[in-house]
Design a protein around this ligand. Structure first.
Ligand code: CA
Ligand code: CA
Length: 202
């Protein structure tokens, strides 16, 4: 009698322990997921800051901002052109300044250059991609009025999006009216939503 009540108590104890372990594990998994997504966000912010510094250096060397339009006839499609133009400016073989990290290059629309135009041995027409592998949009103030077509989205659900440069919500004036804008769609992969990340240049 004594021994059977003792073993029942042990099973109860075991169940309590299992429930606690289960709760701890779910807290750990959810917390870990949040940490992962906020570290991607920090990475994206750091990347936009670094790209912005490289664009300022470009202007000091070339006396103008990188063009956000592709030269006529170099691309097979109209997608991602502003992001690709930024890649071409920095990877122009003549360019003497600092080039942004090659690790950031992606080619979401899979297009190629008609002729070799960069310092790289491939003719792929790359874009700079954010940590979620969507293109980082680049708007130069001369062409803020142009909308760009970009292929982006959440994992496995990439679609064509039309995006314009950022305006001040209250006044309707362009942000960074004489400089440039860099834009990441953030974790959700869609431009124009709350989690977008932007960097404005002078
Ligand atoms: Ca491309
Ligand atoms: Ca977004």
């Amino acid at each position: 009698m004594h021994s059977s009540s003792r073993s029942a108590f042990t099973i109860l104890e075991l169940m309590v322990v299992l429930v606690i372990v289960g709760i701890l594990m779910s807290v750990f998994v959810i917390g870990g997921g949040r940490m992962f997504s906020s570290s991607n966000k920090r990475k994206a912010q750091a990347q936009l800051t670094a790209l912005s510094a490289a664009i300022e250096e470009f202007r000091q060397i070339e006396n103008q901002y990188p063009d956000d339009r592709l030269p006529v006839g170099v691309a097979g499609n109209t997608q991602n052109s502003s992001a690709e133009a930024l890649f071409l400016a920095f990877y122009n073989p003549e360019y003497t300044g600092r080039r942004p990290d090659q690790e950031w290059l992606v080619n979401l629309d899979g297009d190629t250059l008609r002729k070799p135009m960069t310092s790289l041995p491939t003719r792929e027409l790359f874009e700079f991609g954010d940590p979620w592998l969507n293109p980082i949009l680049y708007f130069e103030s001369l062409h803020y009025g142009d909308k760009v077509i970009v292929l982006a989205g959440a994992e496995g659900a990439v679609e064509e999006q039309t995006v314009g440069a950022l305006k001040n919500e209250r006044t309707g004036a362009w942000q960074a009216p004489n400089g440039f804008q860099l834009l990441s769609a953030g974790e959700d992969g869609f431009f124009g939503t709350e989690d977008d990340i932007s960097q404005l240049g002078s």
